[in-house]
Design a protein around this ligand. Structure first.
Ligand code: SAH
Length: 394
């Protein structure tokens, strides 16, 4: 097997079972491995550290499949990892849900692979050279263990470019999926466009937080900013909100939100749809004297990596500032960041800065994260990408 040998002193993170090997940590590479090829990772002393998938074009030069020397990295190994990931979801307190993340990358021991189940369709996303190499095996195992009839590939995430991979979208196994797939979450119906929707079509990671917003919404006026297909809007309406104002820049997302409203039987509710840039719209609402009891802020990834942190921090501060200004005294803000480059303490300090500038006192009533089908492996803190705060104003 081809090998990479790490520089002396650079094996610490592998010894702690962190799955990434950065290019700068590598002393030498033996045998010119190809994209995704399994390599043996050794310490400078020649000690076995891991089997990993090689990514020749990425700063993350290798991602570990296994830290166990006796393992064989083959189709059976991959199928077993998929089986374990599916069993984990079955054993957690998720209950019977139509929409569920089955595989969450590194945290399920499958770096670069995401698989989301919507009814009997699994949408698979490969974002590393290693995952790309094993895509057929993953698809077969997802059919075998994932209670699904078809696997659709949405390998079109931006990050693939860093790996030197072209985007690829289409049926991998089984027949063509419907244009939109109906899933049910807490008696709310969402139509998921697996072909053209964002990510794999839906934001499953916010399931638990949607429930919390629903519980807090009774008789409240709600502002849902960055709504996508209306997840929080529908949760708030189903929870008895008096009125919801919904903002997103995507006309398609808002059109789908309206369809979801109909499909969920929430037709006689008061919703105001605002299509456009949230930054401008929040200022306009403020200038118009509009105020709300509950605001949800779930912006896109402003900082995909650490490189973008400074600019992203300003954007997060700005939206949080306007959201806080739009809240009535005693109101509640649910604010989120899904940026890998911004950790929970930094996010909290950004929001604290926004509160200071808005001239409001606020208390944290809950710290929020992704739903339990997006587990975070202890050896992979980067998996903790979604952080949120529920704040109550004095
Ligand atoms: N809250 C949603 C997920 C939000 S994803 C849910 O639970 O399903 C982020 C959304 O922000 C996307 O729908 C995207 O269209 C929207 N968006 C991105 N930039 C925006 C901007 N500047 N103004 C308004 N919406 C924006």
């Amino acid at each position: 097997m081809k090998q990479i040998v790490l520089k002396a002193g650079r094996e610490k993170s592998m010894l702690r079972r962190h799955p990434w090997v950065f290019s700068g940590a590598i002393e030498r590479t033996h045998g010119d491995p190809g994209p995704g090829e399994t390599v043996l990772v050794r310490s400078s002393q020649g000690r076995f550290l891991a089997y990993a998938a090689y990514s020749p074009h990425s700063q993350i030069r290798a991602r570990a499949w296994s830290f166990q020397e006796s393992d064989t990295i083959d189709a059976r190994f991959m199928a077993e990892r998929i089986r374990r990931a599916v069993v984990f979801r079955a054993a957690s307190s998720l209950g019977p849900v139509d929409g569920c993340r089955l595989v969450h990358g590194e945290s399920d021991g499958l770096p670069g692979l995401v698989a989301d189940r919507y009814g009997d369709t699994v949408v698979m996303q490969c974002s590393s050279a290693g995952a790309e190499l094993w895509r057929a095996e993953f698809a077969a195992a997802l059919i075998e263990f994932g209670k699904c009839h078809r696997v659709y590939e949405r390998s079109d995430a931006e990050v693939r470019r860093l790996e030197g991979l072209e985007s690829r979208v289409g049926v991998l196994l089984g027949d063509d999926p419907h244009d939109s797939i109906r899933i049910c979450e807490e008696n709310i119906t969402f139509m998921v466009d697996v072909r053209a929707g964002q990510k794999t079509g839906f934001f499953l990671d916010q399931r638990d937080n949607r429930r919390l917003v629903g519980q807090a919404a009774r008789d409240r006026t709600v502002l849902d900013v960055f709504s996508y297909t209306g997840g929080f809007t529908l949760a708030a309406l189903a929870g008895g909100a008096a009125r919801v104002t919904t903002i997103d820049s995507s006309a398609e997302a808002l059109a789908c939100a309206r369809v979801n409203l109909q499909a969920s039987g929430l037709v006689n509710t008061a919703v105001e749809w605002l299509e456009g840039d949230a930054f401008g719209l929040l200022r306009r609402l403020f200038d118009q004297g509009r105020r709300f009891d509950l605001v949800v802020l779930d912006p896109p990834k402003f900082a995909p990596t650490e490189k973008h942190v400074a600019r992203a921090a300003r954007a997060y501060k700005d939206v949080n500032l306007w959201a806080l200004r739009l809240l009535r005294p005693g109101g509640t803000l649910f604010t989120f960041s899904c940026s890998g480059g911004i950790d929970a303490p930094l996010f909290q300090s950004i929001v604290a800065g926004a509160a200071l500038d808005a001239g409001v006192d606020a208390r944290i009533v809950a710290r929020l994260s992704a739903s339990s089908d997006h587990p975070v492996a202890l050896n992979f803190p980067e998996g903790d990408y979604l952080k949120g705060l529920a704040l109550r104003l004095s």
